[in-house]
Every structure is written in structure tokens, then in C-alpha cells.
Design a protein around this ligand. Structure first.
Ligand code: KG4
Ligand code: ZN
Length: 336
């Protein structure tokens, strides 16, 4: 079965085709970063309009790269939430319409389940059960994963998501949008241990995170410094080190609490090299990541999640619902 995946929950339009026999056949991604850069963040209405412009040309690009025709699509999976309502509505409407026109089944996919399963696209996928660390612009979650749709959230951020903290800290250091990758790059020039940032909520039990204080700490440190380029890099490194160390401490705790030996990291921040290095150095733990191309939002993870939930696909539905909020623990194992 060839599943078309459509992702449009935020500022990236992603299209992919996943074959349940042959794996990922092709994918294409269009990032709206330049569109939103001058505003310093995502402008929802502009995002929705751009998804409308890009979705079908991207589909044509994937079809031509894979030498397939629209009639070769057997099913459609589209992101229905969580995310920006207008952006989601575009993907839902296009996904449902393509399915209706081709008379093939379709399914609404949870974006965070897409991220969670993205490391399973790799050649050597992890076995269940595992602990999933989901780190993106909107979420920081620790999930006890027993199987597809068996998700127990065991830790989450009580304020900013870690990606959001990267972005906000980058912004106050004048690094533009989206700041995460830029801050990580600048941190490479930083002098180690020049500043010591706190590791929030690690000195008390539990698996929840809090990242908003780190951003404030970064701002105060910047204000008190001489504000040279070197200070900027040193603060970037101190922030990144504190965020990474905090995530690593909580991952270790989550593994101990669940008894699982496997850690699976996903979401935009899983592209962070310092995080990968730190987690992979943990003893007695097998750590899995998505391909660098599939850490951020993409269509491949949505097509894959759809393929895993093939039994739930519905043909002929003429209505759909987008869900700006859609907690992962509301999902259930695939029916049938
Ligand atoms: O998963 P994603 O593409 O979108 C959401 O679902 O939110 O994650 C985007 C987030 C942004 O906050 C971005 O700054 C962050 O991931 N990010 C990074 C890196 N690459 C992306 N943060 C730190 N280091 C990186 N290399
Ligand atoms: Zn995402």
C-alpha cells in the first residue's frame, strides 16, 4: 500500500509517499522560514496561505521524482493536529479531497505521533517498549511507549518547550528566527564553563521540565556582560549545555522509572548535535534518532504513521476535523 503523507501543521509543507512493502519512496519539503523571518516568528495566516500554494506543486514533485502517478496512491494520511488551526485545515482539506477524488481511504494523523515514530523509518529501528523524548518547538515530552498508540506521558514542560526556549534565547541574543539551529552553531565558538547556568527542576524528584527560567537567566547574563561577540557565544554554549544536561538527567530518570533500556529521541531539537552526543554517551542505553532530514516537520513521518494505522483508514468520508490541541495520550492502538 502506497500512503501519501501530508504535513502542514506549522511553517513547513511536507509531502511524502511511503510504501508498506518498499519503505519511503520519496519526499519533498518546503520551509516557510524566509516568509516569517522578517516578523521574528510564524504568522499563522501567512502560513496557511503558503501551505495552499505549495502543497500540490510539492505533490507533483514527489510523484515525478518517484515516477508515480496520482492513481498510484492507495491511501492518504494528513496531519490533523496539534498545530495552527488554519495551517492544519489546509492539509486536512487537501488530504480528504485527494482521497475522495481518488476513492481511496484516508486518516487524520497526530503530528506528535508522527515525530514519535519518525526514528522507526530508519533501517535499524528500535523495538518496543522504549522511552521517547519528544523535543520540538511546541512540546517537551517524556513518553513511556509500549507500542503504537500506547503512550503514557510521564514528563512534560510546565512552561516553555525546549525548542521554544532555544528560539527565545536566540532572539534575545539577536540571532533571528528560527533561533535553535543558529544558537547551536554559535555555541560551537563558546568557551566552556565561562558561565554556569542552572539545570531547572533536576534537584527535586519527577520528570517534568521547566525551560522558561533558562531564557531569563540568559537574558540577565547577557545584560551583565560586556556584550561582546565572544560573550554571546559563551552564553549560547552555557544555555545549550544546561538544556542538554537537564534533558539527559530526566531521560536517565525516565529509563530508571520505566525499566526500559531504549531511548528514542525525536522532534526538531533532536537535530541538536550536543544533545545527541550527550545522550549517546549514556551507559547501558540504546539511543535512537530520526534521520537528520526527519527531525523537523516533514511528510515522511506522517505517511509512515498512516501506514502503521492502515486498519483505521476510512473511505468516502466527506467531513474532517482539525484539532489545534490533541494530546498524545488520547490516542489508542490501531483498531482491527
Ligand atoms: O519539530 P519541529 O520542526 O516543529 C515543531 O513541531 O515544533 O521543531 C522546531 C524546533 C524549533 O524550536 C527549532 O529552533 C528547534 O526545533 N531546533 C533546534 C535545532 N534544530 C531545530 N534546536 C536546537 N538545536 C538544533 N540544532
Ligand atoms: Zn513538529
Amino acid at each position: 500500500m502506497r500512503v501519501l503523507g501530508i504535513e502542514s501543521s506549522c511553517d513547513e509543507t511536507g509531502i511524502a509517499i511511503y510504501d508498506t512493502e518498499d519503505g519511503l519512496l520519496g519526499h519533498a519539503l518546503y520551509s516557510q522560514v524566509e516568509l516569517h523571518a522578517e516578523y521574528g516568528g510564524v504568522v499563522p495566516e501567512l502560513a496557511s496561505r503558503d501551505h495552499i500554494r505549495k502543497a500540490l506543486p510539492l505533490l507533483d514533485e514527489v510523484l515525478s521524482k518517484t515516477n508515480l502517478h496520482r492513481s498510484d496512491i492507495d491511501a492518504v494520511a494528513y496531519t490533523a493536529g496539534p498545530g495552527l488551526i488554519g495551517a492544519l485545515l489546509v492539509g486536512c482539506a487537501i488530504g480528504r479531497s485527494i482521497a475522495w477524488a481518488l476513492n481511496v481511504p484516508a486518516l487524520a494523523i497526530n503530528h506528535m505521533e508522527g515525530h514519535l515514530l519518525s526514528p522507526l523509518l530508519e533501517d535499524n529501528p528500535p523495538d518496543f517498549p522504549f522511552v521517547s523524548l519528544l523535543v520540538s518547538g511546541g512540546h517537551s515530552l517524556l513518553v513511556d511507549v509500549k507500542g503504537i498508540g500506547e503512550y503514557e506521558i510521564i514528563g512534560e514542560s510546565i512552561d516553555d518547550a525546549v525548542g521554544e526556549a532555544f528560539d527565545k534565547t536566540a532572539k534575545l541574543l539577536g540571532l533571528g528566527y528560527p533561533g535553535g539551529p543558529a544558537l547551536a552553531k554559535l555555541a560551537e565558538q563558546g568557551i566552556k564553563d565561562k558561565y554556569e547556568f542552572p539545570r531547572p527542576m533536576t534537584n527535586r524528584p519527577g520528570l517534568d521540565f521547566s525551560f522558561s527560567g533558562l531564557k531569563t537567566f540568559a537574558m540577565n547574563t547577557w545584560m551583565d556582560s560586556e556584550q561582546t561577540e565572544q560573550d554571546k557565544a559563551d552564553i549560547a554554549l552555557a544555555f545549550e549545555t544546561a538544556a542538554v544536561e537537564t534533558l539527559a538527567i530526566k531521560c536517565k530518570r525516565a529509563l530508571k522509572q520505566t525499566g526500559h533500556k531504549t531511548l528514542v529521541v525525536a522532534g526538531g531539537v533532536s537535530a541538536n548535535k550536543a544533545l545527541r552526543k550527550r545522550l549517546s554517551a549514556m551507559p547501558h542505553v540504546n539511543v535512537f534518532y530520526p534521520n537528520m532530514a526527519f527531525c523537523g516537520d516533514n511528510g515522511a513521518m506522517i505517511a509512515f504513521a498512516g501506514a502503521m494505522r492502515e486498519s483505521e483508514m476510512q473511505i468516502g468520508a466527506t467531513s474532517f476535523a482539525a484539532r489545534p490541541r490533541w494530546p498524545l495520550n488520547e490516542l489508542e492502538p490501531p483498531r482491527g
